[in-house]
Design a protein around this ligand. Sequence first.
Ligand SMILES: Nc1ncnc2c1ncn2[C@@H]1O[C@H](COP(=O)(O)OP(=O)(O)OP(=O)(O)O)[C@@H](O)[C@H]1O
Length: 520
Amino acid sequence: MVAMARNDEEKGPADRVPHLPWMRYPVDIDAFSGCPVAQLPRLDPRLAGALQRMGIESFFPVQEAAWVETIGPGAFERDVCINSPTGSGKTLAYALPIVQMLSTRKVRCLRALVVLPTRDLALQVKEVFDAIAPVVGLSVGSAVGQSSLADEVSNLVRKPKQELYPTIDEEYVKMEPQTKVDILVATPGRLMDHINMTNGFSLEHLQYLVIDETDRMLREAYQSWLPTVIQLTHSIGQDHSWHDTDGKTLLHPLTTIRRSGVERGFKGKCYPRLAKIVLSATLTQDPSKLSQLELHHPLLLNSGKKRYRIPTKLESYKLICTSNLKPLSLIVLLQELQGNKCLVFTSSVESSHRLSTLLGFFEDLPFKFSEYSRLQRESTRRKTLEAFKEGEIDVLIGTDRMARGIHIDGLRYVINYDMPPYVKTYIHRAGRTARAGESGSCFTFLRKHEVKTFDKMLKKADNASCSLHSLPEESIETLRPVFSSALKKLEESLESEAAKKSNSRDKITSGSKRKRTNQK
Ligand SMILES: Nc1ncnc2c1ncn2[C@@H]1O[C@H](COP(=O)(O)OP(=O)(O)OP(=O)(O)O)[C@@H](O)[C@H]1O
């Protein structure tokens, strides 16, 4: 009895029983061991071929679990929530069932929408769909703001037939699906642009809505994208077939042979209903947040006993040092990592800029580094990321913008230059390494007074062991003389940047004043 009470007391928020009953009885992803591609039941052979060409021989547990729960008679009756660690293969876990389900569709129209928080992430996910969807005749598009809105529009929707054949009845044209893609990968901003402005862009035939990085997406209120999408996909009372003006059915292009089961809770409502798949490595358990998703009989697929899970092959290390020696300790640590790919996370864009400017004043560093932040132009950022992927840059210095979902082959090291504020942040940052069963290490710099908080935070996750890593003091000492002159140069450089900025602001203000005076 006493032991039990102590046990309960020891439980932190990460161990608490979820409020929502459906979250208490998840499907255990760890009960699946993953299976060879050739042994996955009902997998379309064309998709098996595509997977083999991608170099995939066996499925990861989350992919097998998601397949079992979504494919087959009566499948997709429930919305699916997936909580599985970073790098465990969640993208393919939803892409494969959706592509297989849509492979029997008869007419092209937008049937699957995948929404992600950033462009880089959306393009990465599109690559996965691009590798499997075309083999079954499906077309994939993106709405991420990579190209101009006009270019995106021409890739997404056809010109209405009426422009080509003016004799066609207007009503018929209204009903005809005009979307050129079956699957769309989008960021919320561009999605809303198309919803609001693109003629012929419609979500009325949508069958699958995927929200990846769900916890982050629920914080992304951009123009109320989520309620808008949900409202536009409510299909109650709608008839999806095409009729002529006398009401005679012309075609039933939107029917699929995907399901033979009976829809629970959907008597008298339009079929097929919209199925939702939501995913994260740190899925929220907050009922008020989850209620925004309007989930239908949700089924949770969960990995691990603790709420937060760190990849099994990730090793965590902490380094204790004072603030003033942090830059030198970082240099010594990066020297130790011998030019292997590494991401360095700071707490703000200013801090990233400061750090990378400072490192620039050390000559002959044995690694190539670059800043990666929203202070830079999109094109610069894209080039930097490409160079990092190609191995032309060894170290990227940035903020949590780099922490979500991004996959970089061969990335073995992550460094938290500034301590992550939450365990979720730690998981997403560290999760850029130790992906897809590979090993990796995450180092966190801490000041003495931060150690206790950090250890407590890490205990919320399952793989909480974190050894102390110390750096050779003499290596730090040898950098000291350069450090003081580098710090001086840093201050000068930041001052001149600030002066340039204020000059150009003044020019813009006086320019617009002059314009206003001329207009008068
Ligand atoms: N069955 C598989 N066999 C081998 N590699 C795979 C398999 N499935 C996925 N991968 C690879 O594993 C890596 C991680 O996959 P993915 O990006 O889908 O992970 P994730 O769970 O979405 O991670 P995050 O939560 O960080 O977004 C990718 O490079 C992907 O190509």
